[in-house]
Ligand binder design. Sequence first.
Ligand code: CP
Length: 297
Amino acid sequence: MKKRNLLSIRELSSDEIEELMKLTEELKKGKKVLEGKTLAMIFERPSTRTRVSFEVAMTQLGGHAIYIDLGGSQLSRGESMADTARALSQYVDVALARVYKHEELEEFAKYASMPVINGLSDKEHPCQALGDLVTIRQKGKKKGKVAIVGDPEASVASSLMLACAKAGMEVTAVCPRGYAPKEEYLEETRKSGTDVHVVHEILDGVADADVIYAASWKPGEESEKEERSKAFLPFQLNSKVMGKAGKDCIVMHALPARRGVEITSDVLDSKNSVVWEQAANRLHVQKAILAWLLKQK
Ligand code: CP
């Protein structure tokens, strides 16, 4: 059987997403289905949630995780991703990588004999999106409308858009004029029968949403910082915006949040906010991802 990776939500069918949702619930019962298995975790970029939740997931499943930071490995001295993948394939059963460039992840996965998981690249954050689907369902919003507010090209936004569309939800990208979701992601959502709406007025975009998700935006290069800040700051989730939203809507953010930038503290800490449930569900869904990829169900 050909090994599976999880580099993108594109690789998952709607049925497989449902399978992962069910497995997430099953594994909460504490089954140790990965005894004797080892996960290698490569981080080119900083992380709190992804690193700790994957390590704890392996421990709770009866396995073991090894953290490899860039500076402490031969990657920092120029060993290629391909050779690193070949070497790690001799020792571990599954690998996770957080990289700057998605192509590096694809190169790593091509030469790895074990399943490879995307722990965030410049294209996608599939583990975050799957954990967020668990949270959305826990909150009774499975059939709801999702408004993704902020940068529609952010990795989290791309993965979430696809995951929600494949799970049958209606998705709206709420963003400044001149910005839009990446075309390849729009095409993919259309394949699952969902047209992503694009709305440029934030108050219209959140008005009938059941789920309001703040997608943080990067400041960008020095030359574009001022322009991006001017464009995205009016798309901040604050009390004025929330005044237009339904009282039962939930507010989501992948974290870490820049309080006072893409979301204000009063909204992030409000009763509508489910950000800590989101962080918790990273652990639960990642157990399912690990077990599913290793076919230990
Ligand atoms: N949301 C998320 O991936 O958090 P970390 O950057 O802390 O891993």
